[in-house]
Design a protein around this ligand. Structure first.
Ligand SMILES: [Zn+2]
Length: 287
């Protein structure tokens, strides 16, 4: 399975990179990935499901831009497979988490170690941005105790299944207010660079405050889409994941992204899609 991709990117202000790497792998219940039943019934269905998906990546993205180095999500860490890892969250959440996910993560795959192999130390990182507060997106935070960490205010205030006992003790992110804009596509939006080439956009559905990161280069636009869908097929065919919290919002988000891709050449890069490597390498944008 592919592990790392480094793509040279031409920004308005100069050259940069978009790197992506997987911090281990995760397998989920089939009905967690693809919903059976509506918003509520689908939750019972995935808990009862005995079928597992293939192992999927747990992506971290690094945007090396003339204005700074931005890390999107922090992936998993090797401790996650310990039997008592979820203990402090109580019986119910511990049961759900140990029964619904299988992880394979080793220490050298953790975000800090892979960043180091790419040549980045913690002090090189300008900001860490979390798409949402699920474990497999924040569980590498301990490598960033001195870095500014951004989270959408709504996601912080109304998280779903956030497992706060697993946050590092020092974790106090800078909360971002997304502005409502007259952007033709995304109604809530916050630019992360002066150039406006990197922006946080509200893409609710998986969680209420879920965000994606939109990156614009001279040639292509990239969407680092977190868990908007698990793969591109779900986006193209309007398929909800059983793990989504808000089904109607999710379908609206899917339609917004597709509208955006009609107007811009958009390479769609969700966190758990084995095909992100080939799409990024070959500039395969949505058509
Ligand atoms: Zn995820």
């Amino acid at each position: 399975m592919e592990q790392l991709i480094s793509k040279p990117v031409r920004f308005l202000d100069g050259d940069g990179f978009l790197h992506g790497f997987s911090t281990g792998r995760v397998s989920v219940k089939s009905r967690f990935r693809t919903a059976k039943g509506g918003q509520y019934l689908s939750k019972i269905n995935f808990l009862m499901d005995n079928e597992w998906t293939e192992y999927m990546p747990i992506m971290v993205w690094v945007i090396d831009h003339p204005e700074g180095v931005f890390v999107i999500d922090t992936g998993e860490n090797a401790q996650v497979s310990q039997p008592d890892y979820f203990k402090q969250e109580g019986l119910v959440l511990s049961y759900i988490n140990t029964r619904s996910f299988k992880f394979k993560v080793c220490e050298e795959e953790e975000v800090g170690n892979q960043l180091e192999r790419l040549g980045y130390q913690q002090h090189d990182i300008s900001k860490v941005i979390l798409t949402h507060l699920h474990l497999d997106h924040f569980d590498g935070l301990h490598y960033f105790d001195k870095t500014e960490i951004l989270v959408n205010r709504l996601e912080w205030q109304k998280p779903s299944f956030a497992l706060p006992s697993l946050y590092p003790k020092w974790f106090q992110p800078r909360l971002v207010d997304l502005n409502s804009t007259d952007n033709q596509f995304f109604s809530h939006y916050a630019s992360l660079t002066r150039s406006g080439e990197i922006a946080l956009v509200h893409t609710p559905g998986h969680t209420l405050g879920h965000c994606s990161v939109l990156v614009k280069s001279r040639e292509l636009h990239y969407m680092l889409a977190g868990d908007v869908t698990y793969d591109q097929n779900q986006l193209v065919n309007n398929i909800n994941a059983g793990g989504h919290q808000y089904f109607r919002k999710s379908l609206k988000t899917i339609s917004t992204i597709k509208n955006y891709s009609q107007a811009n050449k958009l390479v769609y890069l969700p966190s758990h899609d084995n095909d992100v490597f080939v799409r990024l390498r070959n500039d395969l944008y949505l058509k």
